[in-house]
Design a protein around this ligand. Structure first.
Ligand code: ATP
Length: 261
């Protein structure tokens, strides 16, 4: 087990945001966190990243409480791609992706060793950002920025990759390319992926397990095909979906009914 949460709760002022959340995540799993707007998904991810302090319970990373890790040590294990796009920085794409190697910088040695530059090349090519390497962030489109942010996270070579709505700015070509790429990366590097997703169909296609959150509580968790059910979707999102079996992948996919004109 690489990560565990025991009875975690979070509140702002007196408002409960996460209530008594428990889970265990194993190495090399892909877990998606699903739930309606405001259900606490991003907060949960931020707590796992160690960026938001919990008020109760504990989160353990490789058997040690997350708050005990020095930031640089934690960054070697966890990369966290937040919902906010990368800010405009006066740097080229290549320089930004190289920043992902910072946690590995050794005292009294230059920032980039040969292996750092090799991994930067690998992620630039993996994320299809090599052609953008000399461009400034301010010159990039939303989707291009998103791919640079992903490249930066991968350059950290994390054992756990936390992704908060990673497809927001991506068209369907890059959504699929990105998820296929992540799966390849996961197989190659044995990465554990935890993603907050709104797209239930993508979650169903790519995740091993799903957590279903509503109003800060865990409604259900388990193997994706057992979580993406009519009853769960209705109960959690208050929408009645049509559930279909994907003709090739044999996983559940949802269709929305909508009103006919
Ligand atoms: N810093 C904060 N201070 C006060 N309340 C907050 C703060 N951050 C989040 N919240 C509240 O916590 C609740 C959960 O927010 P969170 O962003 O975790 O939900 P979410 O499930 O990721 O939502 P979405 O799908 O809309 O992104 C919301 O009601 C939000 O307003």
């Amino acid at each position: 087990m690489i990560l565990s949460a025991e009875g975690i709760s979070k509140w702002y002022d007196t408002k409960p945001i996460l209530q008594n959340i428990n889970f265990q995540i194993h190495s090399n799993e892909w877990v998606s966190i699903l739930g309606p707007n405001g259900s606490g998904k991003s907060t949960l991810l931020s707590c796992i990243a160690g960026s938001t302090k919990i008020n109760d319970g504990q989160i353990c990373l490789k058997g040690k409480r997350i708050e005990k890790y020095p930031v640089k040590e934690r960054a070697k294990i966890i990369a966290y791609l937040t919902q906010e796009a990368l800010p405009d920085m006066p740097n080229t794409v290549e320089e930004i992706v190289r920043m992902g190697r910072y946690p590995y910088k050794k005292l009294n040695l230059p920032w980039y060793q040969k292996e750092d530059l090799e991994i930067v090349e690998e992620v630039l090519s993996f994320t299809d950002t090599a052609l953008l390497r000399k461009r400034q962030m301010s010159e990039l489109s939303g989707g291009e920025r998103q791919r640079v942010a992903i490249a930066l996270a991968l350059a950290q070579e994390p054992e756990i990759l936390l992704l908060d709505e990673p497809t927001t700015y991506l068209d369907i070509y890059y959504q699929l390319t990105f998820f296929d790429l992540l799966r390849k990366w996961q197989q190659k590097k044995q990465t554990t992926i935890i993603s907050v997703l709104h797209d239930i169909n993508l979650a169903s296609l790519y995740s091993d397990r799903c957590f279903l959150l509503k109003e800060g509580k865990m409604v259900d968790m388990g193997i994706t095909s057992e979580i993406v059910t009519f009853d769960n979707i209705k109960k959690t999102f208050e929408v009645e979906p049509i559930l279909m079996d994907h003709p090739y992948q044999r996983v559940p996919q949802i269709l929305l009914k909508g009103e006919k004109k």
